[in-house]
Ligand binder design. Sequence first.
Ligand code: ATP
Length: 218
Amino acid sequence: MLAVRDLSFAYTRGGEELFDGLTHEFTPGKVTAVTGPSGRGKSTLLYVLGLMLTPSRGEVVLAGDPVSRASDTVRSRLRAAQIGFVFQDAALDASRIVLDSVIEPALYAGWSPRRARSRGRELLEQMGVAARADHKPGEISGGQAQRVAVCRALVTDPAVVLADEPTGNLDRGNAEGVLAALTRATSHGRDEKGSGRTVVIATHDPFVLEHADEVLAL
Ligand SMILES: Nc1ncnc2c1ncn2[C@@H]1O[C@H](COP(=O)(O)OP(=O)(O)OP(=O)(O)O)[C@@H](O)[C@H]1O
């Protein structure tokens, strides 16, 4: 379970406060789209949920525990074990081949290279980009790069996936592919109580808003 309680965030002390004491529970097994006007803090909320930024007030609650103010080490560990992140514009490392970018979070989480590579290739296959596994990001299309970024976010089977404008700059066909992969991912680990993975997408894209299970408007 992922939730925020009484959340506010400011980039500078005394600076503009975002979120205004937001309390919200993100439903496991559902895609939640976070929307709102430019500058309202969609990307920032994802970074706070991803434990990369610390709120000025309130808390992020992950699996029942308040985690925003845990030590750097604990937050890094939680991120590696439980959170996958799709950065805006894919943000793949230009110097590495696609497969190496995809498996990096798994290696960081302590998987053996062999297991990580096998899982990475399986995901690239599912996303229709296996043929590009040994190419660098400069040699693949924008739509392929976004699919690769989704593979990277899913590689460790995290309980939570956060995606920042994952369909920005994509044509409809590629946007559909990326959204379908994120939607499919919600069913992962679903038990008899129907929980599943929590997926949160920051987006302006009307197509994503239309197809999300839930919408959180900032
Ligand atoms: N690193 C930073 N330092 C200071 N202020 C920042 C920083 N990053 C973002 N901001 C400010 O915080 C506010 C929220 O930015 P954010 O990128 O989260 O908004 P957004 O809703 O995702 O916007 P957009 O839809 O344009 O991507 C904006 O006013 C922005 O200028």
